[in-house]
Design a protein around this ligand. Structure first.
Ligand code: F6P
Length: 373
């Protein structure tokens, strides 16, 4: 049955940026939905690398996706297509003779190869970076539908992104476990979680895990205030330990983020290390032994929760529906009870950050959880 308003024959799907649980569910649903319309669907490997560096793929960087091929993948973590968070064709990293790197724009090659593969449209599954690239490719004439993915939950216009619930669930389980060891040793345990410049992951997992303090980028912290809070909360004999959840993008009052690696040509800056700094300072200021746990990429691994799996399936089906209904340059977005189509321009204009009146911020204050304000 071909119900399409547009005479598509072959569409493409790619997954870009850091992986997130639920990517394979999107692919599964998109493949099934495309076949319902009688369209072929092809997967571009490793973000856009399959188009940008075809020489690296002896069997081709673009593969045909059939229903049998994706039959048993919806519950799996990772992405069967591979991904890359260094593959921006508008800023391709090129080594220089002196060992440094520069950036060049190779987006025309991507557009040309897309056409050579006779692809009519792209379903781009990604976070803020990949959807910005998708938006720029759309401006160059590619028909594009975006699908919002990220464990950071920092995309505007959608109630949530898939991957976030799996990361929050895992972080909460880790914090639950840390209560036992923290209590046994009467220590301060500092748990650093990902999230880039947004505190969603730290906030939601910190509340669910009953943390004593949560440090997020949106509320710069005063370490002396957190230390005083911990001293007060651990002053009675029946509660002598504390749990502090720190977002990797958290910053002290008047200070900046902690970097593992500064930005360089074609590579974004890498955050990380603030947990260790906070633990050191808290040990000195509270006199309590402190340890740090960095959850890092464990937050991106594992199977999607049923919520993320279902969201991925719904988004994948909606992306194909958007194409069939004639949409272009939009992102599918969860706006219960609907999945809406939001212009990529609007969805990528700014990051969604935790606002001071977020219900989680209110709840944390009610539960005597400090932000170090
Ligand atoms: O955007 C997802 C994310 O996991 C961030 O939370 C984190 O800062 C970043 O990706 C880590 O990226 P990489 O895989 O390059 O270490």
């Amino acid at each position: 049955m071909n119900t399409s308003l547009h005479p598509f024959k072959r569409i493409a799907i790619n997954t870009g940026g850091g992986d997130a649980p639920g990517l394979n569910a999107v692919i599964h649903a998109a493949v099934h939905a495309a076949h319902t319309h009688g369209w072929e669907i092809h997967g571009i490997l490793d973000g856009l690398d399959g188009l940008l560096h075809p020489e690296n793929y002896p069997d081709g960087g673009v593969i045909k996706l059939t229903r049998p091929f994706v039959r048993n993948i919806a519950h799996l973590g990772g992405t069967i297509l591979g991904t890359s968070n260094h593959g921006n064709p508008f800023k391709t990293r090129v080594p220089q003779p002196d060992g440094s790197f520069t950036e060049i724009d190779r987006s025309d090659e991507v557009v040309r190869r897309f056409r050579e593969h006779r692809l009519d449209a792209l379903i781009a599954v990604g976070g803020d970076g990949s959807l910005n690239i998708a938006h720029d490719l759309n401006k160059k004439g590619l028909r594009v539908i975006g699908v919002p993915k990220t464990i950071d939950n920092d995309l505007e216009c959608t109630m949530t992104t898939f991957g976030f619930d799996s990361a929050v669930s895992f972080a909460t389980e880790c914090i639950d476990r840390l209560h036992f060891t923290a209590e046994s040793h009467r220590r301060v345990m500092v748990v650093e979680v990902m999230g880039r410049y947004a505190g969603w992951l730290a906030l939601r997992a910190g509340i669910a895990g009953r943390a004593d303090a949560i440090l997020i980028p949106e509320i710069p912290y005063d370490i002396a205030k957190i230390a005083a809070h911990i001293k007060r909360k651990t002053s009675s004999r029946d509660r002598q330990y504390a749990i502090v959840v720190v977002a990797e993008g958290a910053k002290p009052l008047g200070g900046g983020v902690t970097l593992k690696e500064a930005a360089s040509a074609g590579h974004a800056e890498r955050l990380g290390g603030v947990g260790e700094i906070v633990a050191d300072r808290l040990q000195k200021l509270t006199g309590k032994e402190s340890r740090t746990v960095v959850l890092g990429h464990l937050l991106r691994g594992g199977q999607p929760t049923s919520l993320d799996r279902s969201l991925g399936l719904n988004f994948g089906a909606a992306a194909v529906r958007a194409l069939a209904e004639g949409h272009d340059g939009v992102m599918v977005a969860l706006n219960p009870p609907r999945i809406d189509y939001v212009p990529l321009r609007v969805a990528t204009a700014k990051l969604k950050l935790v606002s001071p009146d977020d219900y989680g911020v209110m709840t944390a204050r009610t539960l005597d959880i400090s932000f170090g304000e």
